[in-house]
Design a protein. Sequence first.
Length: 142
Amino acid sequence: ADKLLGMDSAITSAHAAPMTGIPDTGSGSIFAWLGDDSRMIDASQMNSQYHASPPILQNSEVVEMAFKAGRDSFVLTSKRILKIDVQGITGKKVEYLSVLWRQVKMFSIETAGAFDTDAELVLFTDIPGMSRIYQDLRKGNA
């Protein structure tokens, strides 16, 4: 992991408090579910979870923001972006996509409007075959 993410040493953002979001109660409108819109959740909860089970974060890595849409998650850490896709009926199969911040070259945000209830975040990367990462965010929860 050190070769990909860099040395596992404490950095300034590791001491910052994660953002708190809306408690993950699993509730939401049917339209948000159909539109796959993410809601902000408590980053400290995700930070604890991904340091323990499964332990995919480095010791000095901190979850700064986290979003959830259905069973899937979009996590912004101090070192990378994680897209977590829970697959299948049972949810035992999970796909983790990890993109380092140094691979993100630009970003775009489209804010929600009167009739469009979600905002959209687009991250542009220098990764061949994955030039863009899209994420819908629910209005008022991001």
